[in-house]
Design a protein around this ligand. Structure first.
Ligand SMILES: N[C@@H](CCC(=O)N[C@@H](CS)C(=O)NCC(=O)O)C(=O)O
Length: 340
């Protein structure tokens, strides 16, 4: 049989198999049966995911877990947080011990095609940078020839570091740590004179040092680090829930819908606001949730801009400028497809 004949014969069989395979949609059911979302976060990164004295979690990454719990349960407390070191985060997702990983994780090709995971969105566009003591008098990363660099292992950071020093023909020594704490201690104690990580994390780490003002983040950005939530491949319903909760928060900001004016938005006659808040269409039901799924998220957690400002933005302790995380309509690259 030649190829054309074979494909004429096998094609319809294959498409029948694809069309009739049961949709694997077990995660939402598992979450609702359990009564809580299992969310993987970092072990303690101020502004992103940190615990207070009472054991309550807060931060930018934590807010995505809260937003999912708002959409599913109308209750942001229905989340069990699992703090994960960089090197253990993917196996926690693969094994099913968490439903979603919201832990400053970079979207890369190998993490999808080799690990069987899939990123639902980019909630923070980041890049790798370097933290040094001001007293070192360094103005650029290109002045770092011969340094000792502390880095957390199991990260893209570790890989980019090799590329950057090799490309620029600079010598360096790596001091790798499994935990962020180890890398920070190494830097603070002088074991290394440079600390490298995604720039957002350098902002958080600098606050933990005994004299934050003695340290400076160099201006160079040596990599692309699109950070976002990841899920396991194979459950499209769950993937869509995580993806569209994130997109709903971005769309809400673009449409000017906030946690403060959500009640007016629920009475709005604007078609795109109506689709967002669920007074028109059945978008929520189509992903296994209720009509008001996005309204719950905006009411209980806020839109993307509110989350950013509250947790990491210029008005917060971290003081990170919105930069490229500004909406596309305001000069940034945050862009969500429309709900329609
Ligand atoms: N975005 C990078 C780096 C992520 C990462 O783990 N960064 C460290 C910087 S110190 C961190 O956030 N550690 C916090 C923790 O382990 O709890 C990746 O996905 O590999």
């Amino acid at each position: 049989m030649n190829y054309a004949k074979l494909s004429r014969w096998i094609g319809p069989i294959l498409s029948t198999i694809v069309m009739t395979s049961p949709v694997v949609a077990q995660t939402l059911k598992a979450v609702t049966d359990r009564g809580a979302l299992n969310c993987g976060v970092s072990e303690g990164l101020y502004g992103f995911s940190a615990r207070d004295d009472k054991g309550d979690w807060s931060g930018f990454d934590v807010d995505l877990c809260r937003a999912l719990a708002a959409a599913i349960f109308n209750d942001t407390n229905k989340v069990k947080y699992t703090p994960l070191a960089a090197s253990h985060r993917f196996e926690a997702l693969q094994s099913g011990s968490i439903d979603v990983l919201s832990r400053n994780t970079t979207w890369t090709m190998s993490r999808e095609v080799e690990l069987g995971l899939i990123f639902a969105a980019t909630d923070y566009y980041d890049g790798q940078g370097f933290l040094v003591r001001k007293a070192m008098n360094k103005e650029s990363a290109l002045d770092l020839d011969g340094v000792k660099v502390c880095v957390q292992t199991g990260t893209t950071t570790e890989q980019n570091l090799v590329d950057y020093f090799r490309t620029n023909n600079m010598k360096y020594e790596v001091i790798g740590s499994v935990t962020a704490e180890g890398a920070i201690k190494g830097y603070e104690s002088g074991l290394c004179n440079v600390l490298t990580s995604d720039i957002s994390q350098l902002f958080a780490i600098r606050l933990l040092l005994s004299k934050p003002d003695d340290h400076v983040i160099l201006p160079d950005v040596i990599s692309k680090e699109p950070l976002g939530p990841a899920v396991r491949q194979g459950d499209m319903q769950w993937f869509n829930i995580v993806r569209w909760v994130q997109f709903a928060m971005i769309n809400a900001e673009e449409l000017g819908v906030t946690s403060k004016n959500i009640n007016e938005a629920l009475k709005s006659e604007k078609p795109d606001v109506k689709r967002l808040v669920g007074t028109e269409g059945d978008y929520g039901e189509r992903i296994g949730l209720t009509k008001d799924w996005a309204a719950r998220v905006i009411t209980l957690v806020g839109n993307y801009g509110e989350v950013f400002e509250r947790t990491v933005g210029v008005g917060s302790t971290l003081g990170i400028p919105r930069g490229i995380n500004q909406l596309w309509s305001k000069g940034g690259i945050q862009y969500a497809p429309p709900i329609r």
